[in-house]
Design a protein around this ligand. Structure first.
Ligand code: HEM
Ligand code: CU
Length: 502
């Protein structure tokens, strides 16, 4: 028998299993984010030439783990929490297969732990992409596979819950938009994780010496079926969070639900095809192929983001005007709850995702431009604009709502909380713009020492490159400060926050 409670703040009907599954996945996400952020600090302090902190091998080791803990673990743990939230709590029905939720959680936890340990032991300095023929200890690939299988089960729970929820009257004809966005995310996740299995299982066998060798071009093609498509899980989940926050904080509803739903479908249809922007300089694929994929198909996925980026602010505007802020064109904007971190995080996420991530993605994904930006730190600047300034910031904001609705705690340190998204957002914006500017001067990504400082002919720096890498460094330190504040606020509230009755 499921035991339900009615949450006094959100009005949601939540059963106790869903409560626990959301809580533990969020706690794991916070923990991995803390480790990933600390490693990000060490890495950025190494790429900042005037600091150049870490020794050579630690730079690559920590870079590998930063990518894994921040991109894989933090984001996916949080997304699985969103799966449970949107397929049960948001529909007012229960978790139908909580045991599967715990198996998924355990697999992800074990897989994540294996990766962390083996990388820190120095046996898997292969960076996030683990391109062959760079070889890691088999334990590393095993960890990735266990984590991915856990995540796959986590996303499959979405389909099970939603199918059974309809029987119990959780929804009538269509899902609410927050759940619909996570439906898109879950469909893409299944496709993505199958690519992951297709490439990681042979690579595991190769590292064990069972398979002779793996063709690097084939590896890259299938890997990006995993690596890029998974970014569309992140974008869909982020947009679902945008819609849900507009609804929870302001009562905002999309003006044209059909349009918003269609935009999610565009993600499902076109994003996998657009994965080829990672392969634009690869000689193995033909030009025709690359151009059709990245200069045509990619724009259909981008169109979807543009629709959402107008639909969400429009839903906010209408809600605020309904509250009586109707003077002039922009009174609603002035009167928006800028001091509420759940709201401001979403506003920052929409703005930065559009300007830093989206626009640069379209540019760098075009074949001609890609030739001069590929493998420069400009690319790292681009994806810190998408998955950090966009997805991570949105998830931070939503954490504050989950602390209220699911952990049933008030936020501690409300003053700090109200500025946290701004600190993180400004930091990441500086980091990302610094990286993109340095990259446009040709600074490579994943490079320990671009001045070759110990060599007989080491050269001193171009002042403009130094300037932009310092901008990245300052932005990075600021972002880590905002990130640490987020961790302190979230854990602090979970432990010491005033209990919300109900
Ligand atoms: C807290 C602030 C953060 C800072 C200061 C930071 C800084 C950096 C730096 C300096 C690099 C290395 C660039 C290079 O040398 O090639 C990097 C790489 C990377 N970062 Fe971050 N980052 C942060 C947050 C994040 C987050 C939240 C995510 C994911 C959601 C993320 C995902 C990645 C990935 C995937 C890489 C590439 C790893 C690789 O090339 O193998 N970062 N980051
Ligand atoms: Cu991509």
């Amino acid at each position: 028998m499921a035991i339900f409670r009615t949450d006094p703040l959100s009005g949601l009907k939540i059963d106790s299993q869903t409560d626990h599954l959301v809580r533990w996945n969020v706690i794991a996400a916070l923990a991995t984010f803390a480790v990933g952020g600390l490693l990000g600090l060490l890495v950025v302090l190494t790429r900042w030439p005037s600091v150049h902190l870490l020794p050579l091998d630690y730079y690559y080791r920590f870079l590998t783990l930063h990518g894994i803990d921040a991109l894989l673990a933090w984001i996916i743990f949080f997304e699985v929490a969103l799966v449970h939230f949107t397929s049960a709590a948001l529909l007012g029905t229960r978790s139908y297969v909580p045991w599967l939720g715990w198996i998924a959680f355990a697999l992800m936890l074990i897989g994540g732990a294996l990766i962390n340990v083996i990388v820190l032991m120095g046996r898997a300095d292969v960076m996030f992409t683990s391109y062959v023929p760079l070889k890691a200890d088999p334990i590393y690939y095993l960890g990735v596979i266990l984590f991915a299988v856990g995540a796959l089960l986590g996303f499959i729970i979405f389909f099970i819950n939603v199918a059974l929820s309809k029987r119990d009257g959780g929804y009538k004809r269509t899902l609410p938009l927050g759940s619909f966005g996570m439906l898109a995310a879950s469909i893409i996740a299944v496709l993505t994780l199958l690519h992951g299995a297709a490439i990681m299982i042979p690579t595991l066998l190769w590292s064990m010496g069972i398979i002779g060798d793996i063709d690097p071009a084939a590896y890259r093609l299938v890997f990006w079926g995993l690596g890029h498509s998974s970014q569309q899980i992140n974008v869909s989940a982020m947009v679902a969070v945008w819609y849900m926050t507009s609804y929870f904080v302001l009562g905002g509803k999309p003006l044209n639900e059909k349009l918003s739903r269609t935009a999610f479908v565009l993600y499902i249809l076109f994003i996998n095809i657009a994965s080829e922007h990672h392969l634009l300089v690869d000689p193995a694929l033909s030009n025709w192929h690359k151009v059709v994929n990245t200069s045509y198909m990619m724009h259909l996925a981008v169109l979807a983001s543009m629709i959402h980026a107008f639909a969400v602010p429009a839903s906010m505007e209408v809600a605020l005007r309904k509250q009586g802020h109707t003077r002039g064109l922009f009174e609603w904007l002035k009167k928006a709850p800028w001091g509420n971190p759940a709201f401001s995080a979403i506003a920052i996420s929409i703005l930065l995702f559009g300007f830093l991530g989206g626009i640069t993605g379209v540019i760098f994904g075009t074949e001609q431009f890609n030739i001069i930006r590929h493998n420069t730190i400009a690319i790292t600047g681009h994806f810190h604009g998408t998955v950090v300034a966009g997805t991570t910031v949105a998830f931070m904001g939503f954490t504050y709502l989950i602390v209220n609705y699911v952990f049933r705690r008030e936020l501690i340190w409300k003053g700090f909380a109200s500025v946290q998204p701004y600190i993180y957002g400004v930091g990441i914006a500086l980091l990302s713009i610094g990286m993109m500017s340095a990259g446009s001067f040709g600074v490579p990504r994943r490079h320990y020492d671009i001045t070759f400082s110990g060599a007989p002919f080491s050269f001193s720096f171009d002042p403009s490159i130094d300037l932009f890498l310092s901008m990245m460094g300052v932005g990075g330190v600021l972002a880590v400060t905002g990130g640490a504040l987020y961790i302190a606020l979230s854990f602090g509230s979970i432990i010491w926050g005033k209990k919300i009755p109900g």
